[in-house]
Write a protein that binds this ligand. Structure first.
Ligand code: ZN
Length: 455
């Protein structure tokens, strides 16, 4: 049995002192016992908390960061950003996708994410043909996750149409084209590798890009309890297109047509009316919130206060990866609400009045549910995925645990994550990813190749 003694650890019930964590060789926690004596010879840490789940990622977009921040001649929007992203996605090779993903995953780990859900839609060759192995590009992402050590939920994306009513794909979307049978083949190929570090679910891209009939076909063939993620109601334009097509808003249309339950993650769900807020909350589905990307793309603000009041479940994702830090996602989630409501301390519950504690625990629970993996808590049966904070940083030195997550999330910009363990293995030590030099060298080489193509 492997062991770590934490002077302070965040357990499901809150901060506890003198906690002994024990896990087996396969990385599963066997016990997290508080108020115990430190056994002799055991490794020690000061502040320990569960690693965060990143529930929404398009890893290749990491290489686009900073490249889309200049104004065009017409007002820029999600839709003009998407044109640039499409151009980028047309050129990229599976090897480059793997190199970018490995860099991204190592950065996510250094900032405190220990699991990620990859919403993966570039499946075809640049000419639109299938690769000899249908899961070719997905496999490079899975390999990158293994190299970095991050836990992965792979979500192959069903993507058949360019708009509601089965509008044909545009040429620039030809690498994304999959039908229900393609997706089931890709899921099959990846499912052989399922294990403690890898789950495989599915992601109908959106109600724009997948028909209800196709989604039903995939769900009928997918084993029960596998995660199902979908982009929904991210943009007002999408809400209007749904109204024009179905006379219902996207969330209403989704719930009318499909059995949405706890296995579902509704990504963004930005533009909701009261009835939709209640419907999502009651169904137990997770709202997958990506505050930095939603801000970067000018999407809008999720109705967080109303959703939490209905008992809604939330998690966070970094989506386009303009940020790789859970601190920044959670900070902006709360700040967006403060700016909108002109009030403070909004993300709390009746029993948890500390914003940082509420946000970290809520995002852990929702993220774990969306990932479909046993993560998100330091307790028996869950993965030994944890963060050790730098107790010598001036912000944390001698800090009471009551103020720790408030400080982590709202005070300053230093990364306070010092060491990171995933499945019982240290993957970040003293702020460095253990495979950083090789991963970074491949990433730099990939960026150079992609710049060559652009010029
Ligand atoms: Zn997305």
């Amino acid at each position: 049995m492997n062991r770590l003694f934490a002077h302070h650890a965040l357990l499901p019930e809150g901060w506890r002192n003198n906690v002994l964590l024990e896990w087996s060789a396969d990385g599963t926690l066997h016990a997290a016992r508080a108020e115990v004596e430190a056994p002799t010879g055991v490794q020690r840490a000061h502040y320990v908390l569960p690693g965060m789940v990143n529930l929404h990622s398009h890893s290749f977009q990491r290489a686009l960061g900073g490249m889309t921040e200049a104004a065009g001649d017409t007002p820029d929007s999600f839709w003009t950003w998407r044109d640039l992203m499409y151009r980028f996605a047309r050129q990229i090779t599976p090897e480059q996708m793997g190199a970018i993903a490995a860099q991204l995953f190592s950065e996510c780990l250094r900032h405190g994410y220990t699991s990620i859900c990859e919403f993966h839609y570039v499946h075809r060759q640049p000419d639109g043909g299938m690769y000899a192995q249908p899961a070719e590009t997905a496999q490079h992402i899975a390999d990158a996750a293994r190299l970095s050590g991050i836990g992965l939920t792979m979500l192959p994306v069903l993507y058949s149409y360019s708009g509601f009513g089965e509008a044909p794909l545009k040429p620039e979307q030809s690498r994304f084209r999959t039908d229900a049978q393609d997706i089931l083949r890709i899921i099959d190929a990846l499912s052989a590798q399922r294990g403690p570090q890898l789950e495989v679910g599915v992601a109908p891209h959106s109600l724009r890009a997948a028909s209800v009939g196709q989604i039903r076909e995939v769900l009928a063939a997918l084993p029960a309890r596998r995660p199902v993620h979908i982009h929904i109601a991210e943009q007002q334009g999408e809400v209007q297109q749904s109204l024009d097509f179905s006379r219902r808003r996207p969330v209403q249309y989704l719930y009318d047509q499909l059995p949405v339950d706890q296995r579902w993650c509704l990504v963004h769900a930005t533009h909701l009316v009261d009835g939709e807020v209640k419907q999502i909350a009651r169904s137990g589905a997770v709202a997958g919130l990506c505050p930095t990307t939603e801000a970067n793309l000018g999407d809008g603000l999720f109705p967080l206060e109303a959703f939490l009041a209905e008992g809604g479940r939330i998690g966070i994702g970094s989506d386009s990866h303009v940020s790789q830090s859970p601190v920044e996602e959670l900070r902006w989630l709360e700040y967006g609400q403060r700016l909108a409501h002109q009030r403070r301390n909004i993300a709390v519950s009746r029993s948890q009045r500390r914003v940082g504690d509420f946000l970290w625990q809520a995002a852990l629970q929702g993220g774990a549910q969306a990932a479909g993996r046993p993560v998100g808590a330091l307790e028996a049966g869950k993965r030994a995925d944890l963060l050790v904070l730098d107790e010598q940083h001036p912000n944390l030195d001698g800090l009471r645990t009551d103020d720790l997550l408030g400080t982590l999330i709202f005070n300053g910009n230093d990364n306070l994550v010092k060491d990171v363990m995933v499945g019982g293995h240290w993957v970040v030590r003293n702020r460095e990813h253990v495979a950083q030099p090789a991963i970074a060298a491949r990433f730099r080489q990939t960026l150079a190749e992609l710049r060559e193509l652009r010029s």
